[in-house]
Design a protein around this ligand. Structure first.
Ligand SMILES: N=CN[C@@H](CCC(=O)O)C(=O)O
Ligand SMILES: [Zn+2]
Length: 411
């Protein structure tokens, strides 16, 4: 099946050569072709260029994109979309004055989600997750990372990871799985943290490796959760099973977690709402992608990741949603891109780079996703008619998407 998209007002993020990420000043550049066409053959981008040279190309389906933009689908490198029920009551509790920390300290938060998930069947969990996955695909996400971490027992963590594996098999969207057993300390281990770490290392990791349930290993490295020593233990153990580190760090406190992650060759460090100079120095000359989650800052009213500072220091930056029931009940990458421009002062070019090619890098897939490049996967968004790409983040909250194509399939 071939699809030819014609009369594209502007084709965005066109990279003739495969690039894996963009950093610093490169992030300001968004290569485009005006009045363009794009040809898809099954699941692959096979050709593109200016309309003036398109004569003679035939296709099974032709889509006229007059007045519309075409860009790569979003690459959301940080989500927790496999969860059970929601935490809207905690949302109201926060409105009434409790903090995220207060809620966690009284047994709510992640432990609340874990209890619900433990009592939810695998099929029910799968069906709840399917609804979220379909919703984010229709919002333009074509590649997604999904974490475990709301199980916190071996059985419940495996249940989450098996659901992720089913999603991967059943949908055209690219899915990467991350094992986040060290998300919070379960009540059963409240006075025995090492006991839980041992359970992760000795009981969970071998089974996860055996069933090939994850590609990445994550830890919530934060005061009151897992400290630097705990994090180092888990990352090292994960690496012994070929899981690459990708961690939650510097959400509320900066205490050396970024340098630790870089030392363990983490593919990304995520959150970074609190950041100091040592953190920036640690990221320089590393292969680790900093990932900002502006919807989380918005929802919790915590600082935004200083993305401007990171880019101005010559570093790359990726944007992701953090879709989860506690800190970010939204998987809308369009809102993330707008919020990064509005609150973090990224230019539209920087935000689009951060949400496409750099997001793909943070999932280890930027050789196949995140740009319009011949040979890459046919994952594109066709917008409604808009004045320019600046309009996408500018007119926040509106849905500018008309059509989403994922793996060559019109969604
Ligand atoms: N911070 C840690 N984990 C999630 C939120 C967890 C929750 O509140 O359920 C996050 O990335 O924000
Ligand atoms: Zn998260």
């Amino acid at each position: 099946m071939t699809i030819l998209i014609t009369n594209i007002k502007e084709l965005l993020q066109v990279r003739d050569e495969t690039i894996l990420k963009v950093s610093g000043l490169q992030m300001k550049e968004l290569p485009t072709i005006k009045n363009a066409y794009l040809l898809i053959d099954n699941d692959t981008i096979v050709d593109y260029g200016e309309m003036s040279v398109v004569t003679g190309i035939n296709a099974d389906q032709i889509i006229d994109a007059s007045g519309k933009l075409v860009l790569p689908t979003w690459c959301d490198s940080h989500t927790h979309i496999v969860y059970a029920s929601d935490r809207s009551q905690e949302f109201v509790d926060r409105i009434n004055g409790l903090s995220y920390e207060d809620i966690a300290n009284r047994g709510g938060g992640i432990l609340n989600s874990a209890k619900t998930l433990q009592d939810t069947s695998e099929d029910d969990l799968y069906n709840q997750s399917v609804a979220r996955l379909k919703a984010v695909m229709s919002l333009g996400t074509g590649a997604i990372e999904i974490k475990s971490g709301y199980g916190l027992t071996p059985e419940a963590e495996f249940k989450m990871l098996r659901v992720i594996k089913r999603l991967k098999k059943d949908f055209p969207i690219k899915v990467k799985a991350t094992f986040l057993g060290a998300h919070a300390l379960p009540i059963a281990f409240k006075d025995n943290k090492q006991g839980y770490l041992d359970q992760i290392i000795n009981d969970m990791l071998p089974q996860i490796a055996k069933e090939n349930l994850a590609q990445y290993i994550d830890v919530f490295c934060e005061k009151g959760y897992f400290d630097l020593d705990d994090t180092a233990q888990i990352l090292k153990a994960g690496q012994e099973y070929n899981l690459t580190p990708k961690i939650h760090v510097n959400q509320f406190n900066a205490f050396g977690g970024i340098a630790l992650a870089v030392k363990h060759q983490a593919i990304s460090v995520d959150h970074l709402e609190e950041l100091n100079n040592e953190d920036i120095i640690a990221l320089k000359d590393s292969n680790t992608m900093p990932v900002a989650l502006p919807s989380c800052s918005y929802f919790l009213s915590i600082p935004y990741t200083p993305g401007r500072q990171l880019i101005d220091a010559g570093l790359p930056l990726a944007l992701a949603t953090d879709y989860n029931p506690g800190s970010t009940p939204s998987g809308n990458m369009n809102f993330v891109v707008s919020t990064a421009c509005i609150k973090m002062k990224l230019t539209p070019e920087e935000a689009i780079n951060a949400a496409t090619i750099n997001g793909a890098y943070a999932m280890g897939i930027s050789n196949q996703y995140g740009s319009i490049t011949k040979g890459k996967k046919a994952n594109v968004i066709i917008t409604k008619p808009v004045s320019s790409y600046n309009y996408l983040p500018y007119a926040f909250g509106d849905n500018h998407i008309e059509t989403v194509i994922i793996n060559g399939e019109i969604i």
